[in-house]
Design a protein around this ligand. Structure first.
Ligand SMILES: Nc1nc2c(c(=O)[nH]1)N[C@@H](CN(C=O)c1ccc(C(=O)N[C@@H](CCC(=O)O)C(=O)O)cc1)CN2
Length: 283
């Protein structure tokens, strides 16, 4: 068996087109949706990501303002800048690119963003809203994974979904979203014993560990859906996920590639959250 590919680039393009339509409708009502992006420091990968986020925004008609702040900026100054953006009615979404320089408390920075503008969905208010099924913003990566499952018409009701990884921005919210779709969810992590015994029972596996080859062909039930959130480099420096793609695709029913899978969907869902924030503010 060779798994079918869930193409993140193609799905993200569809989503961007939908966002462009919603943006045009809002602009016709005199509202210019605006995403404020803050980058602190000069992390090379972060510089590329924020550039892509700004370009995606502009491609869909959203305004993006990208502020590049020095790595030496004090935490107090960053918090003051975020508070000013919270108060600015022309700004609908605020995104602080992670990771932050070591002298800053990431939790404190995220908690300073107004929940109404938290388009990354990282604020505790956003996490709480997801937990209790109230309106809020969902973190872009797990939200993108859910959209990928929807795109293949996959009905999660009663299915066993296994999430590998328990981070606050991917693993935990992913588990909540799957639970919200009536899946039976198991969360595995670094202390889980006999991971393969659990993943072999799964109809859906989401791998979000940040380590290559966490999931191999012998750990998969034939026909399972495999979503790879990982972004690692192999020995040749090539981008790869957490899943042994070559082996797993021979057993799985569906699989997401890296690159071209969850990454583009993360970016697309940021646009969705931003247009949603602007629409809510215009109500
Ligand atoms: N404030 C945030 N910071 C970070 C987030 C986030 O969601 N919000 N996530 C990651 C980085 N990230 C977005 O910021 C991100 C990384 C990669 C991609 C992506 O499209 N990857 C491509 C490959 C890119 C390449 O060739 O290097 C792919 O997988 O196809 C999107 C978003 C950490 N920080």
């Amino acid at each position: 068996m060779t798994a079918k590919l869930i193409d993140g680039n193609a799905l993200a393009a569809q989503i961007r087109a939908e966002v462009a339509g919603r943006t045009a409708a809002l602009k016709a009502r005199g509202v210019q949706p605006h995403l404020a992006i803050i980058l602190v420091g000069e992390d090379p990968a972060s510089q590329v990501y924020v550039k892509h986020k700004a370009a995606d925004s502009e491609q869909t008609g959203l305004k993006a303002s990208l502020e590049r702040l020095p790595a030496t900026l004090s935490e107090a100054d960053l918090l003051a800048r975020i508070r000013a953006l919270n108060e600015d009615p022309s700004v609908h979404g605020i995104l602080v690119q992670l990771p932050l320089p070591k002298h800053m408390d990431t939790h404190k920075v995220i908690e300073t963003i107004s929940p109404a503008k938290d388009v990354d969905g990282f604020h505790v208010a956003s996490a709480g809203a997801l937990m209790v099924g109230q309106p809020g913003f969902w973190p872009c990566t797990p939200y993108g994974c859910l959209k990928m499952l929807e795109s293949i018409g996959y009905d999660l009701k009663g299915k066993h979904a296994v999430v590998i990884g328990r981070s606050n921005i991917v693993g935990k919210p992913m588990a909540m979203m799957l639970l919200g779709r009536d899946a039976t969810v198991t969360v595995c992590h670094s202390r889980t014993k006999d991971l393969g015994a659990i993943t072999r029972q799964a109809d859906v596996v989401v791998a979000a560990v940040g380590k290559r080859n966490v999931l191999t062909a012998d750990m998969i039930k034939p026909g399972a859906v495999v979503i790879d959130v990982g972004m690692n480099r192999n020995d040749e420096g090539k981008l790869c996920g957490d899943v042994d793609f070559a082996g797993v695709k021979e057993v799985a029913g569906w699989i997401t590639p890296v690159p071209g899978g969850v990454g583009p969907m993360t970016r697309a869902m940021l646009l969705v959250n931003t247009i949603e924030a602007a629409e809510r503010s215009a109500q």
